[in-house]
Design a protein around this ligand. Structure first.
Ligand code: ADP
Ligand code: MG
Length: 312
């Protein structure tokens, strides 16, 4: 049976820091990324795609707030939905074309995805994720008054709004993703999903928060019963003593080793740490499951055990 792989795409799969942040240059990068996704699919793996959205949703929010005197600004959950829509659209267009060229007519579809978070998650007491534009202290304090934003001074660069980063509990559209899985490449949980809280009557309400996309991909991989969680980023392997003279890249990492290295602070919070945490959680969920962290360009090699860091 074909192996099920949930692929999590990092920032570099969607945009190139050397190019302007226009839609056109993002599409160029997405085309290259799609070639890699098509390669994985051509190897016989069944894939679903989760992507980040940090810079993209930041720009949507910035544009919306800048134009607030012309048209009402959009709440953050809506900005997240917009980012899922346009990033998914780019992936659908680019990946479909490459697959068709290879004579493989696999449909690609994006699902606007809501992810339930716990309103009692302790992250809500301590918002940490900066989003959107920089403000002057005066402006920041006004937004705090008027809109109830939590604002913080950001390393001498000005004031920013911060939002919580709660854990993903449940993927609302999971059943649909399951039904599509056999026939279709589904792009889902973009940007970690739109965080929603579930009320007692079953209604959902979007909240201003950010779910880590690697943790959302892990949730998806577990709930789908995937075989592999493939986290693609800029580096080929996870390292200990990263960026130090004694840096050591790791080809394999047991759950116990990973936990020890997390304790010792080898993985930067907000970048490599959530990836290793997601990998550990997935590997721990069943003995036959493995997580791989590697670069977009080594993905196929890593699935064959020839590159990357495997956590099992
Ligand atoms: P994303 O690919 O999701 O955008 P980030 O860029 O935030 O992810 O995080 C990945 C980056 O984390 C790597 O490119 C690397 O620069 C950095 N990093 C931090 N600690 C480590 C480590 N211990 N081993 C490897 N890379 C690390
Ligand atoms: Mg990045």
């Amino acid at each position: 049976m074909a192996q099920k792989v949930v692929v999590a795409l990092g920032g570099n799969a969607l945009e190139d820091k050397g190019l302007p942040s226009t839609a056109e240059s993002q599409l160029i990068v997405v085309k290259k990324t799609s070639e890699k996704l098509a390669e994985i699919s051509a190897q016989g793996y069944e894939i679903a795609v989760v992507h980040g959205n940090g810079p993209q949703v930041g720009r949507i929010l910035l544009a919306s707030e800048t134009a607030k005197d012309v048209t009402p600004s959009m709440p953050f959950d809506v900005c997240g939905a917009m980012s899922q829509g346009y990033i998914g659209y780019h992936i659908q267009q680019a990946l479909r074309f490459i697959l068709n060229q290879q004579g493989r007519n696999i449909p690609v579809v994006s699902v606007v995805t809501q992810v339930v978070v716990d309103k009692n998650d302790k992250a809500f007491q301590n918002p940490t994720k900066p989003i959107g534009p920089f403000y002057s202290e005066e402006e920041a304090k006004r937004l705090q008054e008027e809109k109830g934003y939590t604002v913080k001074e950001d390393a001498g660069r000005g004031w920013r709004r911060v939002v919580p980063s709660p854990m993903p509990m449940k993927i609302v559209e999971l059943d649909t993703v399951k039904k599509l899985w056999d026939s279709t490449i589904v792009v889902t949980c973009g940007g970690g999903g739109i965080p929603v809280i579930e009320h007692e009557d079953g209604s959902l309400e979007g909240v201003a928060a950010v779910i880590d996309k690697d943790l959302a991909a892990e949730r998806l991989a577990e709930d789908m019963g995937a075989d592999v969680l493939l986290i693609l980023t800029e580096v080929e392997q996870v390292a200990i003593n990263y960026n130090k003279p004694d840096q050591k890249n790791l080809a394999e990492l047991t759950i116990e080793e990973a936990k020890k290295y997390i304790e010792e602070g080898h993985f930067a919070p907000g970048s490599m740490l959530p990836k290793v945490q997601a990998a550990v959680k997935f590997a721990e969920s069943k003995p036959e499951r493995k997580a791989i962290i590697t670069s977009l360009y080594k993905a196929v090699d890593a699935l064959e055990g020839k590159s990357g860091t495997v956590i099992k």
